[in-house]
Write a protein that binds this ligand. Structure first.
Ligand code: NI
Length: 157
């Protein structure tokens, strides 16, 4: 198990537009494993590569149904609306209310560069939107209706 340092709000890397992945090398696979370890250790439900300082279009998500690995993800469809609390491992201990679509369908590649599609509602839809935003340098606080406030809860996104 290898943990990586999570970059915190204010770090320039969180504002970069990430690059497409063209091939999955052993280093890429190690990165993905480390991202999963880091996410689980931090009790997050998602983590994007720029949050560990890597400017590549890779995210990992687990809302409790097992790991989802998304390389070069793209949202294909979205609908509905949900309003709820959102947090981020790069803004520890904070949360704010963010509107997101209640349904999303996305395409991505898995860790073997096999393409697939995924659909999600509620928390999964929120997590997909949140993590994909990271790949374009967007943080949830950019979309929040007010400044993130201090919270104490165990399941930060
Ligand atoms: Ni985040």
């Amino acid at each position: 198990m290898a943990l990586r340092n999570i970059r915190i709000f204010g770090d320039d890397v969180l504002r970069k537009k990430c690059k497409e992945v063209t091939e999955v090398t052993p280093r890429t696979k190690q990165l993905i494993e480390d991202m999963l370890d880091t996410m689980y250790e931090s009790e997050g439900v998602g983590l994007a590569a720029p949050q560990v300082g890597i400017v590549k279009r890779i995210v990992v998500i687990d809302i409790g149904d097992g790991p989802v690995i998304m390389i070069n993800p793209v949202i294909l469809e979205q609908s509905g609306e949900q309003t709820g609390d959102e947090g981020c491992l790069s803004l520890p201990g904070k949360a704010a209310i963010v509107k997101r679509p209640n349904y999303v369908k996305a395409k991505a590649y898995d860790e073997n560069m096999k393409p697939y599609e995924i659909e999600g509602t509620e928390l999964l839809a929120r997590a997909i939107c949140h993590e994909l935003d990271h790949l374009d340098g967007i943080l949830y606080s950019d979309r929040a209706e007010s400044e993130p406030v201090d919270v104490q809860y165990d399941d930060e996104e």
